[in-house]
Structures are given as structure tokens and as C-alpha cells.
Write a protein that binds this ligand. Structure first.
Ligand code: TYD
Ligand code: MG
Length: 370
């Protein structure tokens, strides 16, 4: 925690931002008083939730307030060691006539809070709801001014949540934390790969496992594809958790370079557990899952694959292959397809077969060759 640091925690409404901060304040309170401004829920509601979560209230000052001026006054008066504003979109300044949540209000309130954070040296957290319609300003417009941007992600239908740092002036960005939302609040998941693979269907076509690097961690995740009989008109392309454009590219590669006829098919790609994958290293997994679903041949249970695929169908090397292979071996995988360009000087964990591939065609030959 850096004095005066100004951090934004964004995420969909209901994803667990307040829960996360409430639990975090308990730890923060051991090193100084926390002023927790709740501008959405009453102090009573937050208190009840805190009690349910087993958050000890000592050192946490709850303030139910929406007026920026009143908040600033309280900050000056009580000089907390940490400040939490939940949320930036529900507080307003009397200096502007526009409604709370408007672009002008959000920007002005964030600016004034940043001033006090910097001048008084108070580490501050702003909660910002990701908004779908334009009436309320989203957290993105604050990204450039804050020191740290964290996004809390996850599918509300799943218990897993990922806290992802996308900007960090004081440390490495792109780090993630993985949590599970339980009855008793959020708990850290120390072994995310096991969790994400727990419900993987075995021996079923369309499922592939990939090692993805998020910050300094490697997590294994399951990618699922469903290629289903062509519909009339424009075929559907639905992707969740992976980039839509990359899936379109991989479909085109399978069509053109491998000769699978997919263009008229409905295609669905999903990352199990509601995880979002941002790196091209998962291309090989998407490719194999698509081919597997299309041909009805399952990918062998203990096979894993990673690598980027280019437009010519070539398989390109990716960063840190050794970490990916090691995590795969740790979780009992014994066969790994990876870019030929990553094979050089790569340590082979005991019991692991490494198969270097150069093209999309070689991927499919290799993946089903058992
Ligand atoms: P919340 O922190 O209020 O979300 P946000 O501040 O991002 O809008 O969390 C909302 C959801 O989390 C709520 O629908 C219920 C769930 N939840 C649990 O499952 N267990 C818990 O212990 C708590 C506090 C919340
Ligand atoms: Mg909330």
C-alpha cells in the first residue's frame, strides 16, 4: 500500500466488489483506521453484512453518505489511514448540477478525492460499476487518472471471481487473484487450475485444456467448443471468455488450411468457469476444441496444448513455455502439444511427452494420434 495511492476497482454490479473491499478493510484496519464510505447501502446493511462475513468492526468507520463535500469534511476531520468510496457513481458534488453518475460528476468527484488522497497521503479505493448503458459514466473514463486499475470479473452464475490488475503504477500489472464466492464471503483459491478443471467432462468431444499465463501465475483452464449442424441464413458465432475475432480467425484457418468445412456451421466457444482468457497462446486449444467437436473425436484426457496460430495456419512460439509445461505436469497431464519454436532448450518434466508442432494441420494430427 503506497501512501496517497489512488486505486479503482471496477466490475459488474453484484459481482462482489463491496464484499471484497469489506473483507480487505479488516486486514487494512490492523495497520490503521479505515473510513468506508457507503453511498449505496445503508450503514446498517453494510454492518450486518460485515458481521455475517466475520469482519471485526474495530478500526473501520462506516459512513453512509453521498455528498462529496460531507465526505471530504469527514476525511479531514477523522484523518483515516485508508479511504474506501463505494461507489464513485453514487456520490455527487454540489458544485455541479448534473445528476450523480453523470460523466461530469464522476470526473469531478474522483478529481477532488484524488487531491485529498495525494495531499494527505491516504491510500484510496474507488468502486466503479461497469455500466451497460451510457446514462451512467463507467469506470473506464477514470482509468487514465488513477494509479491502479483493478477489475473484478466473473460470471454471476459461477462462484469464481478473478481480480485482475490492468494498470499499476507501483508494481507489475496483469496480475490476478482468484477467489470463490461462498456463503461466508470471498475466499482465496490457492490452486485455481484444480478448481477450473474439476468439472471437466472426460472423453467428450469439444473440450480442450490450455495453460494460460496471467501475470506471474499459470492456470489451466478448459475451453469448450460446440460446432452444430448448419442453420439457415447467417451461422451463429457465440464466444464467451475468448476473443471473438480470434475465434473467427481460427475457424477460417480450419476451413482453409485444414479443410474442415465450418463456415456454414453454428459455432459456440466457451471458457469453463466464467474465466476470461486474453492471450493468443490459447489459440491451439480453441483450434483443437473446434476440430474435436466438429469431428466428434474427443481430445485425450491427459493431453494439453498451447501456442498461437497465424493466418497462414502456422503455429507461433509463445512466452514462458516452461511455466506452462510445468503446471500441466503438476496436474497430471502427460502429453503436451506446443509450438516447435518453443521446443528449444525446454526442460521436459518426467513422464511428460512434448510434441512440437509447426502448423494447424500438425496440431490436429498430433492431438488425435493416440
Ligand atoms: P456485492 O459485494 O454486493 O457486489 P457489488 O458490490 O459488486 O455490487 O456482492 C453481491 C453478491 O455476492 C450478492 O448477490 C450475494 C453474493 N454474496 C455471497 O454469495 N456471499 C456473501 O457472503 C456475500 C456478502 C455476498
Ligand atoms: Mg456494492
Amino acid at each position: 500500500m503506497v501512501p496517497g495511492s489512488f486505486a479503482l476497482i471496477g466490475g459488474d454490479p453484484g459481482i462482489g466488489k463491496s464484499t471484497l473491499l469489506l473483507q480487505a478493510t479488516e486486514r487494512l484496519a490492523t495497520s490503521g483506521d479505515v473510513l468506508y464510505v457507503t453511498a449505496e447501502e445503508s450503514a446498517r446493511q453494510v454492518k450486518l453484512r460485515g458481521e455475517r462475513l466475520g469482519v471485526a468492526a474495530s478500526g473501520v468507520l462506516l459512513l453512509a453518505e453521498t455528498s462529496l463535500e460531507a465526505i471530504l469534511e469527514r476525511v479531514r476531520e477523522s484523518r483515516p489511514a485508508f479511504l474506501v468510496i463505494d461507489s464513485i457513481q453514487t456520490i455527487f458534488t454540489a458544485a455541479l448540477e448534473s445528476a450523480p453518475g453523470s460523466v461530469g460528476q464522476v470526473r469531478e468527484c474522483a478529481n477532488r478525492l484524488m487531491q485529498i488522497a495525494k495531499v494527505e497521503g491516504i491510500p484510496t479505493f474507488l468502486v466503479g460499476h461497469v455500466t451497460k448503458d451510457g446514462a451512467i459514466a463507467g469506470p473506464r473514463m477514470l482509468e487514465h487518472m488513477v494509479d491502479t486499475v483493478l477489475y473484478f470479473e466473473g460470471d454471476p452464475g459461477h462462484p469464481y471471481r478473478i481480480l485482475r490488475s490492468v494498470k499499476n503504477r507501483f508494481g507489475s500489472s496483469n496480475e490476478i487473484g482468484v477467489f470463490e464466492m461462498r456463503e461466508t464471503g470471498l475466499s482465496e483459491v490457492s490452486n485455481p487450475s484444480e478448481l477450473f478443471l474439476a468439472e471437466r467432462p472426460v472423453g467428450v468431444p469439444g473440450s480442450a485444456v490450455v495453460p494460460s499465463i496471467e501475470g506471474s501465475r499459470t492456470i489451466l483452464v478448459e475451453l469448450q467448443a460446440l460446432v452444430s449442424g448448419s442453420s439457415f441464413g447467417t451461422p451463429r458465432r457465440t464466444t464467451m471468455g475468448v476473443d471473438h475475432n480470434r475465434v473467427a480467425l481460427l475457424v477460417a484457418v480450419l476451413e482453409k488450411k485444414v479443410g474442415l468445412s465450418l463456415l456454414a456451421q453454428d459455432i459456440f466457444v466457451n471458457v469453463a468457469g466464467g474465466v476470461r482468457l486474453n492471450e493468443p497462446a490459447v489459440d491451439l486449444g480453441v483450434l483443437a476444441a473446434l476440430a474435436s467437436s466438429h469431428t466428434g473425436r474427443p481430445i485425450p484426457e491427459r493431453t494439453i496444448l498451447f501456442g498461437e496460430v497465424g493466418l497462414a495456419g502456422e503455429v507461433r512460439a509463445v512466452s514462458r513455455p516452461e511455466l506452462r509445461v510445468r503446471e500441466a505436469a503438476r496436474l497430471g497431464f502427460d502429453r503436451c502439444l506446443l509450438p516447435m519454436g518453443n521446443m528449444k532448450n525446454l526442460d521436459r518434466p518426467p513422464g511428460m511427452e512434448l510434441i512440437g508442432v509447426r502448423s494447424a494441420e500438425e496440431v490436429l494430427d498430433g492431438v488425435f494420434a493416440v
